[in-house]
Design a protein around this ligand. Structure first.
Ligand SMILES: O=P(O)(O)OC[C@H]1O[C@H](OP(=O)(O)OP(=O)(O)O)[C@H](O)[C@@H]1O
Ligand SMILES: Nc1ncnc2[nH]cnc12
Length: 179
């Protein structure tokens, strides 16, 4: 049977499967894709902690539904997604290299040039489902800065491992790492 870690967040309980990443590192797998109930309950709690912002930025893929919910609850009109591959419909994309905790190979995050233009001069909240090594967040911050946006908040539902000690991020609950 798979080992699990019981997460309590936003008044809900989830049994997360513990997944081995390397010989001495395992994570409690937190996949909010499809979990409409958790998104519905957690989003207002996160929104309450945000300062005034103009736009939301997130990374493909698991950050997308949360960014959408936060955007709606703040009454904003748009959110921007940094993609992990360049698509043929992107023009002059901005690209940054990233190496998140779950990433085995080198990855990139990229913004379509038209999204970069839309972020320029805006107060940006970077939103993700979980912050762990902080690599994805760092890459998103670099992308927003390259685009000329001003990062005023960095928020996630969960802060994993050492990320929970960070003072510069907003989060609802901690998630431990496992040996
Ligand atoms: O702080 P970090 O170590 O960078 O980890 C956090 C990132 O990891 C997850 O995405 P993941 O890389 O698993 O990709 P996915 O959303 O495409 O599944 C999560 O959605 C964050 O973006
Ligand atoms: N615990 C976790 N579950 C799923 N994706 C993650 N990315 C970083 N930490 C994660």
């Amino acid at each position: 049977m798979t080992n699990t870690y019981t997460l309590q967040v936003a008044g809900l309980k989830r049994d997360l499967p513990i997944i081995r990443l390397t010989e001495n590192l395992s994570i409690a797998s937190f996949v909010i894709l499809g979990d409409a109930e958790l998104l519905r309950e957690a989003t207002p709690l996160l929104v309450d902690k945000l300062p005034e912002v103009d736009v939301i930025v997130t990374a493909e893929a698991k950050g997308i539904p949360l960014a959408y919910e936060v955007t709606n609850q703040l009454g904003l009109t748009a959110y921007y997604v940094a993609r992990k591959t360049v698509k043929p419909y992107m023009q002059n994309p901005l690209m940054i290299e990233v190496h998140s905790i779950t990433t085995q190979a080198k990855q990139t995050l990229c913004f379509d040039q038209k999204d970069a233009q839309a972020i320029k001069g805006k107060r940006v909240a970077i939103i993700d489902d979980v912050i762990s090594t902080g690599e994805s967040l760092r890459a998103l911050e670099e992308l927003v800065e390259l685009a000329g946006g001003n990062v005023v908040a960095k928020a996630a539902i969960l802060a994993e491992g050492d990320a929970a000690k960070r003072k510069d991020i907003i989060f609802l609950e901690e998630l431990p790492l496992f040996d």
